[in-house]
Design a protein around this ligand. Structure first.
Ligand SMILES: *[C@@H]1O[C@H](CO)[C@@H](O)[C@H](O)[C@H]1NC(C)=O
Ligand SMILES: *[C@@H]1O[C@H](CO)[C@@H](O)[C@H](O)[C@H]1NC(C)=O
Ligand SMILES: *[C@@H]1O[C@H](CO)[C@@H](O)[C@H](O)[C@H]1NC(C)=O
Length: 652
């Protein structure tokens, strides 16, 4: 009896062991090496079997996570997630011993070096992410062996060379994320084999050639993002067949005009962004049949004709950007659709008045650079300044020879005695603000699509800024997801020294994945691009470090135009969503050779008696404002008729 019960116990133990077989020893050995190499021993303590179902790393939401598939005799690791844990070093060869992997997520780390060609051994892979790392080298053509891939992400890395043609062998692929990956050259035609693709993110790469016609054969596409590439238009008519589109963003085409004729029957479309694409022709009436459209951005094109009356049919529309086109005629009453949050019609030859219902709560409107009567939109001071954009109507404004702006912040005096004006109003997705000294104004447009409820135009930090005695000057900044345009108005004609103050206050320069972001934008002065792909952090040498860039500008018609423009370049979402676009901390402009306005001559006096000086200035300001208002009331030029459109930076 004793012996019998002993053998029963043994049988039971064997049965239990059989119920949970051990992991393939090759895989365990490889995994242990990986865990050592990536310093993950405290999170993945492999003194127990990695496939043990009770292990702390087994549940679906764990990170790092290991999960397995077990037969009656052996377990294989088929899921491995090491996400946003800042593992560094290269992709070790041991990884390719885990041959049963079907889901590998190494996203948001600081892995460097290439993707080794042995990646081909992971032929069961379905979900593969190397997104947001520091990987280099070519994208290996061996990726084409992973024919079961459903989702591939290599976004936000520093690869070089072309997207390999073998991508066309991934016939199961549904999602392809290659934005900001460093790729160049043509988009391979083999991509058109991937008929199941529903998501392509490919913005911010230096692709060459024409916008491919064959993308129009990928009729399962729901999301297509192609901003900030070097691709040429026109937008092919074949794209009209993409009737499942929900989110279409094409921008910053290098040449080649397109009309909007390609627009198909896009009943599911929610976001349509065709910004800076050389669009010509008129706005088609059929636009308003896209009944699910929430965001429509056709800004920075060459669209002509009138805004159709049909916009009232846009039941869902929240953001409408039509700025910087050649639209004409009257603004239709119906433009304010029921759910509109922001309306940008700036820099068009549109006239008329704003509809009465524009004043609904929360609606942001930008009509800068149009002939629309803005009396009921902006205060009198701002309206008057607006007219100055047409220099023939600028005579009402006292001439000045300098201005200084604390972009995105409250007024302050720098250690060198420069008084920077308040520019702290949150402008939302489309608005305009005039400086209190009546000699500058700012026009801001753009909405951060992934973060519509966050701040749209102001960034701030509590961190001290290095490289300056004026840390406070840089702790706030204006930002924009599209266009930020400052005007000096009523300036004496002549040559001006322009100081632009920058500090990167949103991106990090740590050794973490959070330090892998790139902000790139363009600077135009008087319509000329003076810097392309400007990167504050690179030029300053660090994040949270001040950088002053000096330029010259000639004023010939009382106006100085300083335009910060996002051309779709840079990363979108590091360290957080919506971290891109122009950013500027302060602007100081003074006439060259004009001693009165020169900051140096004011320096000592202002430094010592800043309180008195400020008191006097405030008094003078009040007196001159009263006089100014009285004078304006009596001035015939008070009639707000504004014709002609100001210089456009980006019409060609
Ligand atoms: C791993 O677990 C073993 C046994 O539970 C323990 O003795 C050891 O200290 C652990 N190692 C680490 C790095 O946590
Ligand atoms: C990324 O790699 C580059 C060299 O290729 C290096 O200079 C940089 O510091 C790395 N970034 C991080 C965050 O590790
Ligand atoms: C300003 O005008 C001067 C004289 O015509 C010219 O030499 C200079 O290049 C101009 N500067 C800019 C920035 O256009």
């Amino acid at each position: 009896m004793g012996i019998l019960s002993f053998s029963l116990v043994v049988v039971c133990i064997i049965k239990m062991v059989v119920a949970q077989p051990a992991t393939d020893p090759n895989e365990v050995a490889a995994l242990k090496k990986l865990v050592d190499y990536w310093n993950l021993n405290d999170k993945l303590n492999l003194t127990i079997d990695p496939c043990n179902k009770d292990a702390t790393w087994a549940p679906e939401n764990e990170n790092p996570r290991i999960a397995c598939e077990c037969s009656s005799t052996v377990c294989h690791i088929n899921h491995l997630k090491i996400y946003a844990l800042d593992i560094s070093g290269v992709i070790p060869r041991e990884l390719f011993e885990l041959k049963e992997l079907m889901d590998l997520n190494l996203g948001q780390n600081v892995l460097s070096g290439p993707i080794p060609p042995e990646i081909r051994q992971l032929s069961k892979m379905q979900y593969l992410s190397f997104g947001i790392n520091n990987l280099t080298g070519p994208v290996p053509h061996e990726l084409g062996s992973l024919t079961k891939l459903v989702s591939l992400s290599i976004s936000s890395n520093n690869f070089n060379g072309h997207l390999p043609t073998e991508i066309g062998e991934l016939k199961s692929l549904e999602q392809l994320y290659i934005d900001s990956s460093g790729l160049s050259g043509p988009i391979p035609e083999e991509l058109s084999n991937l008929k199941l693709l529903h998501t392509i993110w490919a913005s911010d790469n230096s692709f060459s050639g024409k916008l491919p016609e064959f993308l129009g054969t990928l009729t399962n596409l729901k999301t297509l993002r192609l901003q900030g590439t070097n691709l040429e238009g026109p937008i092919p008519l074949t794209y009209g067949a993409l009737t499942k589109l929900e989110d279409l963003r094409i921008g910053d085409l290098s040449e080649g005009e397109s009309s909007l004729d390609f627009l198909g029957n896009y009943a599911s479309l929610s976001i349509l962004l065709l910004r800076n694409c050389h669009l010509v022709g008129e706005l088609p009436k059929q636009l308003s049949s896209f009944s699910n459209l929430k965001i429509l951005d056709l800004s920075f094109n060459k669209l002509t004709g009138q805004i159709p009356n049909s916009f009232q049919d846009f039941a869902s529309l929240q953001y409408l950007f039509l700025g910087n086109n050649n639209l004409k005629g009257e603004l239709p009453e119906s433009i304010i659709s029921p759910n509109l949050v922001a309306l940008d019609v700036s820099f068009n030859s549109i006239s008329g008045s704003l509809p009465l219902n524009f004043a609904k709560v929360g609606l942001k409107v930008n009509v800068v650079g149009t002939s629309i009567n803005s009396d009921n939109l902006y205060d009198e001071r701002a309206s008057t300044l607006l007219q100055c954009l047409d220099n023939t109507k600028c005579s009402n404004i006292a001439t000045s020879n300098s201005f200084s702006i604390k972009c995105g912040g409250m007024k302050q005096v720098s250690t060198s005695g420069i008084r920077f004006d308040d520019d702290s109003e949150e402008l939302g997705a489309a608005s305009y603000y005039a400086g209190s000294d009546n000699n500058w104004a700012v026009s801001s447009t753009g909405s951060f699509i992934s973060n519509p409820n966050g701040p749209q135009s102001i960034a701030q930090t509590d961190t001290q800024i290095s490289g300056t005695l004026d840390s406070e000057l840089y702790k706030t900044a204006r930002t924009s997801s599209s266009s930020l345009r400052y005007y000096g108005l009523g300036l004496k004609n002549g040559k001006y020294a322009i100081e632009l103050h920058f500090a990167e206050i949103q991106m990090e320069d740590t050794r973490s994945w959070k330090g892998l972001g790139k902000r790139l934008f363009d600077i135009y002065i008087q319509g000329e691009r003076v810097v392309q792909d400007f990167n504050i952090q690179n030029e300053a040498g660090a994040s949270k470090k001040a950088l002053v860039k000096k330029f010259e500008g000639n004023v010939t018609n009382k106006i100085l135009d300083i335009h910060f423009f996002w051309a779709g370049r840079g990363t979108c979402c590091i360290p957080v969503q919506s971290t891109y676009g122009p950013m500027v901390s302060a602007i100081h402009v003074s006439k060259v050779g004009d001693e009165v306005s020169s900051s140096k001559s004011d320096k000592k006096r202002v430094g010592k008696v800043v309180g008195i000086a400020f008191g006097c200035a405030a008094g003078l300001l009040i007196i001159s404002s009263i006089f100014y208002l009285w004078w304006m009331k009596n001035s015939a030029a008070h009639q707000r008729i504004y014709t002609g459109s100001p210089t456009k930076a980006l019409t060609s």
